[in-house]
Unconditional design. Structure first.
Length: 133
């Protein structure tokens, strides 16, 4: 992967981590996501709460983000959280849809999958830091 694409992938992973953080359940009951809660606060106060505004998805990699979301719909449960995306399931999806992503796109999906499973394993109170990994 070249420097340009590596930079875009880093941006995408930062965006994804923030999205995963927003999607975590909050409160004692855990009945709503942090995103729903913060959007409700924004509507009521007419102000954007800290944490709701995060990194943007790089437009160049929006198709890869969409691909990750499609694959994630078929994610299997694991013993202690969500299981990793299964390559066989991804190949089956490709066969069913007649869409064959490039190998580098699969590599990026794997990075997003790792970030997703890390986020699912820990519940953070504050938004993830925007750092270069």
């Amino acid at each position: 992967m070249g420097k340009f694409l590596t930079g875009l992938v880093d941006e995408l992973v930062r965006f994804a981590r923030h999205q995963f953080w927003l999607d975590q359940p909050v409160g004692e009951a855990g009945s709503e996501s942090r995103r729903v809660h913060l959007e409700s606060v924004a509507r009521q106060t007419k102000k954007l709460p800290a944490g709701l505004d995060g990194p943007a998805c790089p437009w160049e990699l929006e198709p890869v983000w969409s691909l990750f979301l499609e694959f994630s719909q078929f994610r299997r449960p694991g013993f202690s959280g969500p299981a990793a995306l299964c390559p066989a399931d991804m190949v089956a999806w490709c066969q069913l849809t007649s869409r064959w992503p490039e190998p580098w796109e699969f590599d990026i999906v794997a990075k997003l999958d790792r970030a997703y499973r890390v986020a699912a394993a820990k519940r953070e109170e504050q938004a993830p830091e925007v750092t270069d990994d």
